[in-house]
Ligand binder design. Structure first.
Ligand code: 5GP
Ligand code: MG
Ligand code: MG
Length: 179
């Protein structure tokens, strides 16, 4: 798999340090609350499991799967709920855990859905951000790393369902998805 990676942007150690730092900040900011932490599947599953271990407040978790990309490397703009939450968000402090924000379309759709369902508050934490590619006005409340405009894989992020198990984040060689 390493042969398909052009450049490693952040290694496993750097990611772990950042996740710990985010967890400490969230622990401070969510003290006294009981957030519902929502993992946006599948890309955020590794970040979610590492992050909740670093958040030291009582919390609950749930999962949601949305799709906007299919097999492509660009957002189609159409977001579909593939798997919905098991629990109600009404009156809850919701923390959305995302892997990466690119166009922002997926998250702005999700925020809208959760607000319409009367969440008390909606907070966003993303590990990676590609602000250069935003098409909607959206900023995460907490973010790990700002990335250049390149398609990345690893630490949960895939290309055609592969590379999620890489412990680092790296740029995929364009020839892998151009062929
Ligand atoms: P957005 O709706 O913000 O354009 O993109 C949302 C989702 O697309 C992200 O949560 C992520 O799952 C996927 N995505 C965006 N950029 C990348 C990328 O560089 N690599 C991978 N593997 N997925 C991405
Ligand atoms: Mg995602
Ligand atoms: Mg994907």
């Amino acid at each position: 798999m390493r042969n398909d990676i052009q450049e490693v942007l952040y290694n496993a150690e750097q990611i772990q340090a950042k996740v710990k730092e985010l967890g400490e900040t969230l622990t401070r900011d969510f003290e006294g609350r009981n957030p519902l932490v929502i993992c946006v599947l599948k890309g955020a599953f590794i970040f979610m499991s590492d992050l909740v271990k670093e958040i030291d407040v009582p919390l609950e978790i749930d999962f949601m799967a949305v799709s906007s990309y299919g097999q492509s490397t660009k957002s189609s703009g159409v977001v579909k709920i593939i798997k919905d939450l098991d629990v109600s968000v009404e009156g809850r402090d919701v923390l959305i855990v995302e892997d990466i924000i690119d166009s922002g379309l997926t998250l702005s759709y999700l925020i809208d859905v959760l607000e319409r369902r009367n969440a008390k508050s909606v907070t966003i934490v993303t590990l990676f951000d590609k602000p250069a590619r935003r098409t909607v006005d959206l900023e995460a409340d907490y973010k790990g790393f700002t990335l250049p405009d390149a398609f990345v894989v690893g630490y949960g992020l895939d290309y055609a369902e592969k590379y999620r198990n890489l412990p680092y984040i790296g740029v995929l060689k364009p020839e892998v998805y151009e062929k």
